[in-house]
Design a protein around this ligand. Structure first.
Ligand SMILES: [Zn+2]
Length: 336
């Protein structure tokens, strides 16, 4: 979901309609808990076939909307390590969010969701974690644009679609972004190293049309096509405080050769983390508390997240091997 600044409370990382039990299983991967197992939310086959609503809104007619959405789908299709593909089936008068077996993207006027630009919902097979259907709504209570270079004061359909399609593919939110508080309590994005950062850039920006290393690593990690597992590597380890595991710490790998960032979280009570999809070579690892923004954007049980520690670097370089993982690394943080 894409929000303007301070968010409205929702139970999950993505979507307005509750998918009970969903939780981020990894930085970007959404998971579904069945008993004591956590399954990755994912499509089992491509292409994903989708419909677009036949509604015009001011500034964007249905054909323009279809074309902007198609460009956003194509951005994800081009990630070689994912193998994702999509097929436009046709226009429909059905609303997004109906459980009708159709994947529908379209506008709806939801003025009561005053900070929500869009959201993605899923219908999931609760035994396997497979996605059966996914819908994306765009809130026509906002002003929208499909102008090639963006349009000041209007939300860019392609940028928001790119973020929401990341959810449709099974990705949660990434914390790789910086914001500042505005006087009205909302947040302005200064920079984001992921399209999957939960807060949208200021209206008019087209920044989120372009995937970052973090997005590419995430979607490739979910689907792992075309030699991805053999050509990339991962770092893994634990975040500890006073010898005990830290849950919900944000762990970031900085690729020294390429200057790219990929993030993840420690996702269990022992503080274990994995960051997959990294280019082989030396990385700087940094751990920081998830204290810039709303915890609800990342975790459905924010009370478990420990933010009481200072940012900490691993005291050496993590050298990522091709097709494998580093030995387990321990990063000890200290309470503030
Ligand atoms: Zn989102």
């Amino acid at each position: 979901m894409r929000r303007h600044g301070r968010a409205l409370a929702v139970a999950l990382a993505a979507g307005l309609v509750a998918l009970s039990g969903a939780r981020p299983q990894a930085y970007l991967k959404l998971g579904y808990r069945v008993g004591d197992r956590s399954l990755s939310l994912e499509w089992t086959s491509f292409p994903v076939r989708y419909y677009v609503t036949d509604r015009d809104v001011p500034g964007v007619d249905a054909d323009q909307f279809r074309d902007a959405v198609a460009r956003a789908f194509d951005t994800w299709r081009q990630v070689p390590g994912a193998g994702a593909s999509f097929e436009f089936v046709g226009f429909t008068s059905a609303d997004p969010f109906e459980d009708d077996g159709m994947n529908v993207l379209g506008f709806e006027n939801r003025p009561e969701l005053e900070r929500v630009l869009g959201a993605t919902t899923y219908l999931v097979d609760t035994v396997t974690g497979d996605i059966l259907e996914s819908d994306i709504f765009f809130n026509s209570a906002f002003a929208w644009s499909v102008a090639p270079g963006g349009e000041a004061g209007k939300e860019d359909v392609q940028s928001i679609a790119t973020h929401e399609i990341g959810h449709l593919l099974g990705l949660g939110h990434s914390a790789l972004g910086e914001t500042e508080l505005r006087p009205d309590g909302s947040r302005r994005v200064i920079a984001a190293e992921s399209v999957m950062f939960p807060i949208a850039y200021t209206a008019g920006s087209i920044e989120s049309r372009t995937l970052k290393a973090d997005d590419v690593a995430g979607v490739s990690d979910v689907y792992g096509a075309g030699g991805f597992r053999t050509e990339t590597g991962s770092v893994s380890g634990r975040v500890t405080k006073n010898g005990r595991g830290v849950f919900g710490a944000h762990v970031v790998a900085f690729d020294l050769r390429r200057g790219t960032l990929v993030g993840n979280f420690s996702l269990d009570a022992d503080g274990n983390f994995v960051i997959a999809g990294l280019e082989p070579g030396p990385h700087v690892l940094r751990v920081e508390p998830l204290d810039d923004g709303d915890l609800e954007s990342y975790f459905d049980d924010p009370s478990r997240v420990d933010v009481d520690f200072g940012a900490t670097f691993l005291d050496r370089l993590a050298v990522v091997p091709r097709g494998g993982s580093t030995p387990a690394l321990t990063i000890a943080v200290r309470a503030k």
